[in-house]
Design a protein around this ligand. Sequence first.
Ligand SMILES: *Cc1c(COP(=O)(O)O)cnc(C)c1O
Length: 370
Amino acid sequence: MSSDFIPVADPKAQVNAHEPEIIEAIERVLASGRYILGEEVKAFEREFADFLGAGFCIGLASGTDAIALALRAVGVAPGDEVITVSHSAVATVAAVEQIGAVPVFADIDGRTGCLDPSRIAPLICEGTKAIVPVHIYGQPAPMEEILVIARRNNLKVVEDCAQAHGAEINGLKVGTFADAGAFSFYPTKNLGAIGDGGAAVTNSPDVAENLRLLREYGWKERYVSSIPGYNSRLDEIQAAILRVKLRFLSEANARRRQIAERYYAAIDGERIIPPSKIEHTLHAMHLFVVRCCNRDALQNFLKGKGIGTAVHYPKAIHQQSAYADRIKGAANLPRTEELYENILTLPVWPELTDAQVERICSTLIEWSRS
Ligand SMILES: *Cc1c(COP(=O)(O)O)cnc(C)c1O
């Protein structure tokens, strides 16, 4: 790959942008002598909760754990059914099964790519306990409609916000609408660590207390377990780094949206179809995913011009052998299945230079005219 190759994601670019502060943060942890659940995690939890407008934040080991422990914390037990989508990272479903709960798939709305509220009710039965909407690519799911259905049927809701740090509905940040919200700090996410990390947020003091117990063996008091729990702690170094990056998150998201606007202007809407713009929502623009009936040809053309792309994801979850033929609802997902042949993710990371963005735009225009 030539040096002017533009990768689809570049977590190193964000480290480079804030390197002195990140090194200082790491050194602060080294000097502190406290490496697990110390002052950095405590401070990050407060700062991230404030950023979101959430009551409580609990730092955890990963986004997958954040979904799993949040489900446990709101009362989901082994054998309970959890309605979610097959159009997501596998992590969403792995988290449900991690706690012994049973995933059930509802179809998506073709416009948002998110859970279609009208598809939830037919799947609700005696065993249904919770709904996990995914704010896929950074596009908020329709929380208001989902919460109406949940309340009517006495179901808990955990938002999968792993791709949507800072996304909003009517000016309120996702993660704060439901019983809990789950975030990932995987390095390529909008808020990324230098390793694994995650957090769950909630406005309920009881759910927050459950999460604190669950992340550390159910310890209410040190070394004494009051409930069976897990080991899922955000570490001090990651928390210190996340505190640095959190200060630039709004700015970085704005830059992502600015780059997306350049793509909207360059894309013709015929041979390449951009993501739909959804009223009353602020997209976190984690991924800019276009649809194209010649997806593979477009991907090869861009690659030949030094532009990296990816497919998120090559298969829906129910089409992967680990899950095929065993998930309830999987036989009725036409909108989900329709997507997978045509989607392509363009680079939209905030450190892209204007010159790189222009190069991507002119290459897209060239392809549309060819
Ligand atoms: C990344 C991701 C997760 C899982 O996060 P990890 O920190 O990698 O465990 C969950 N859901 C979605 C939609 C994701 O993109």
